[in-house]
Design a binder for this molecule. Structure first.
Ligand code: MG
Length: 232
């Protein structure tokens, strides 16, 4: 039976609407290439894995753990460049901009994303609730969503129900009449359940479900949403 009474459909972004890792890897490689090109200390240039470790270490470092993802990324780039004896604000800015533009240019939408959004558009209010910082408009999805809530700019993140409540206040809808779709059991499914939204787990790879995070519905592709929501 299709769901009834739903007014609003919200989506996670990374690995739900687009393949985040593809763009991330491309950006990390391009950044390293550029540092190698600029430095005279090629032997000191960290590997992609080392640069990634530097970036991730900031998530728990005092002074950085509460900052935005962009601040942490820029600081990680600054430290990696410094290892190769490259420094200076304008140089770090240009490396940061290169990193971001490469990531955006190389992040593909999943093939089912545009058709699924087109099928739902006009029938439901559509929104995005993401813990990350990519703007859907940067990837060509500028007209599809009525609102985009990025936890990066808020004091709480999924699975905290307050980020869902914030989205509901931005979009002016009742959580009980909303569906939230995402690839993460930990953040999307648990968060939606805690907030009183209808959770849909997007399980693209056919992973084993974790019984502690039970989704109200499970789909393998966004193309299943129109059936779930009763759209012909
Ligand atoms: Mg995700």
């Amino acid at each position: 039976m299709p769901l009834t009474g739903v007014t609003t459909v919200t989506f996670d972004a990374d690995d739900t609407l687009w393949a985040f890792e593809v763009g991330l890897l491309a950006a990390q490689r391009r950044l390293r290439e550029e540092i190698v090109r600029l430095t005279n200390e090629t032997a000191a240039v960290p590997s992609v894995d080392e640069m990634n470790a530097t970036r991730l270490s900031l998530d728990s470092e005092a002074g950085f753990s509460e900052t935005t993802l962009d601040v942490r990324r820029r600081e990680a780039i600054r430290r990696s460049a410094l290892d190769a004896e490259l420094h200076g604000d304008s140089l770090i800015d240009s490396l940061f901009n290169l990193y971001v533009s490469t990531r955006v240019a190389n992040t593909p939408l999943f093939p089912d994303t545009r058709p699924a959004l087109a099928a739902l558009q006009g029938r439901f209010q559509l929104g995005v609730i993401t813990n990350a910082n990519t703007d859907p408009a940067e990837l060509g999805l500028s007209d599809q969503f009525s609102f985009v809530v990025r936890a990066d700019a808020e004091p709480y993140r999924k699975p905290d129900p307050r980020i869902f409540q914030h989205a509901a206040s931005v979009g002016g809808y009742k959580l009980s009449r909303s569906v939230h779709i995402g690839d993460s059991l930990e953040t999307d499914v648990t968060g939606a359940n805690n907030a009183g939204a209808i959770s849909v787990w997007l399980n693209r790879r056919g992973d084993m479900a974790d019984p502690s995070a039970s989704a109200r519905h499970v789909i393998r592709s966004l193309s299943e949403l129109s059936g779930l929501l009763g759209v012909d």
